[in-house]
Design a protein around this ligand. Structure first.
Ligand SMILES: [Zn+2]
Length: 196
């Protein structure tokens, strides 16, 4: 069935479900295919509403399904390419190189970006939508970062959780699509940081 999902189905912080751990998928069923379709439909609808941002990936938990399913844009350079690669039960089997701090954002964290340290290379094992095992060696630090971000989602972790106490790590997207400095207190007041 054609998906009726929209950007409104994408959960945003502080929704507590985003900090819950997803379960492994044991069998790929019609429901799994529907879930993937819903994820893609919601992601593309979100992108249509965001002129300055590209939706590169989404995890199932972001539309409320606690299953270890991730979709990743086939081509990050081309907004017109609407194809996604599906990773089921993705696992990072190896972190390599050094950690690099770069700005990242998330469909579930509205307008707030943050500087997060991530490994520059990873190796990932997953299962494709056809049930076959996939092995990915990240081709560049951007893809490595995205894979770490999405596997984090499957474990109930959002990017802001890496920088909860870092007063200089946050940025805010303004109406012109530029990232500007934001006071830490303002971010804290949004209620998106995890209290620990
Ligand atoms: Zn995210």
């Amino acid at each position: 069935m054609k998906s009726k999902y929209t950007k409104k189905d994408i959960l945003t912080l502080p929704n507590p479900r985003l900090r819950e751990k997803s379960e492994r998928v044991h069998v790929i069923t019609d429901e799994t295919l529907q879930l993937v379709d819903d994820m893609i439909t919601a992601t593309l609808d979100w992108e249509d509403s965001r002129p300055h941002e590209l939706a590169v990936a989404l995890s199932a938990v972001q539309i409320g399904a606690l299953e270890r399913v991730v979709i990743i844009r086939e081509d990050f350079e081309d907004r017109d390419n609407k194809n996604f690669v599906v990773l089921i039960n993705p696992e990072i089997v190896k972190f390599e190189g050094k950690k690099i701090t770069e700005i990242e954002g998330c469909l579930s964290v509205r307008d707030v970006y943050g500087k997060v340290a991530r490994y520059e290379k990873v190796r990932v094992k997953a299962v494709g939508i056809d049930g076959r095992e996939i092995r990915i060696k990240s081709p560049n630090p951007f893809v490595a970062r995205m894979l770490q971000h999405e596997v984090d989602h499957c474990n109930g972790k959002c990017f802001v959780d890496h920088i909860t106490h870092n007063k200089t790590a946050f940025l805010l997207l303004n109406r012109d699509g530029d990232l500007e400095d934001v006071k830490y207190e303002k971010v804290a007041r949004m209620g998106i940081l995890k209290d620990d």
